[in-house]
Design a protein around this ligand. Structure first.
Ligand code: AMP
Length: 279
């Protein structure tokens, strides 16, 4: 695996490959890699010639400085995992490599950045679009791979691609879960043994919602899930919503074409998100 820390060197290396008509796939991450991340690399490998992964803990998408500070950064283990997965290229830039001093610009994402994660993490998606745009500018991927785990993020990236008319295809990859249902997340390492067990309430609620979907109204599904989570030990619910999966507007009817249930909650001091497609 080739490792780059410089934008110029990476883009020179990739331009040579593009001249040979190789297709480039891109998997941006913040590291602390788990099987969920690696599944994105594997999906990419099946679709493109060269897979580029980036590891960059992007400061502009953290609204809580403590969250940024304690974000896990096991870079040596990450490199080993990527090598074992036969990733072709890793880009690990510094903050200075990605941002100029005093840089300030953002994309107005309208409704998409005001709801769900956007509402609870103000400015988060402005940071996400800043960094993904910058990474796209360097890598110039043909295809970029994102996890359904961060469903709203995929919508935001699709909106950004449309706004800038970028020649990149966005592929959404399924959520990888632990055998007991917990969605894999870099943040799971912060959970104590007790919290790890309490966190199962999140995926359990989503699976209960799927099971109850055929017989219940949207309002009842939401009520049942909120009751369950509010009565789950150690879980502090931020939101549980059933939305139109295209627009992320609150679902008004079960007749809408595609529906998704999304939630965020803290368990101990760890904030977790999860979602499931209902239709
Ligand atoms: P992150 O490092 O958390 O920014 O995640 C990098 C990419 O991996 C994002 O596109 C995430 O949606 C995706 N991802 C994170 N967790 C999972 C998971 N459990 N299954 C599949 N993809 C995931």
């Amino acid at each position: 695996m080739r490792i780059f820390t410089s934008k110029t060197e990476l883009s020179f290396f990739l331009s040579e490959l593009k001249n040979q008509n190789k297709t480039i796939g891109f998997v941006p991450t913040m590291g602390a890699l788990h099987q969920g991340h690696l599944s994105l690399i594997e999906i990419a490998q099946a679709q493109v010639d060269i897979v580029v992964c980036s590891i960059f803990v992007n400061p502009t998408q953290f609204n809580d400085p403590k969250d940024l500070e304690k974000y896990p950064r096991p870079i040596e283990t990450d490199i080993k995992k990527l090598e074992e997965t036969r990733c072709d290229v890793l880009f690990i830039p510094s903050v200075e490599e990605m941002y100029s001093a005093g840089e300030s610009w953002d994309l107005d994402l309208g409704y998409l950045e005001k709801v769900l994660e956007g509402k609870f993490r103000p400015g988060h998606y402005k940071g996400v679009t800043q960094i993904v745009k910058k990474l796209f500018d360097v890598v110039k991927p043909d295809v970029s791979f994102f996890g359904q785990k961060d469903f709203q993020q995929v919508k935001v990236i699709e909106a950004m691609v449309q706004t800038f008319q970028l020649p990149v295809t966005v592929v959404t990859c399924p959520i990888l879960r632990e055998p007991d249902g917990l969605a894999m997340s870099s943040r799971n390492v912060h959970l104590s043994v007790v919290e790890r067990a309490q966190a199962l309430a999140l995926s359990k609620t989503l699976h209960q919602t799927v099971a109850a979907f055929p017989e219940s109204s949207i309002a009842d599904l939401k009520q049942q899930a909120e009751n369950f989570l509010n009565n789950s030990d150690g879980v502090k619910l931020e939101y549980f919503e059933i939305c139109n999966a295209e627009t992320l507007r609150p679902a008004e009817s079960k007749e809408e074409k595609s529906l998704i249930a999304l939630l965020a909650a803290t368990v101990g001091n760890t904030r977790l998100i999860d979602n499931i497609i209902l239709k």
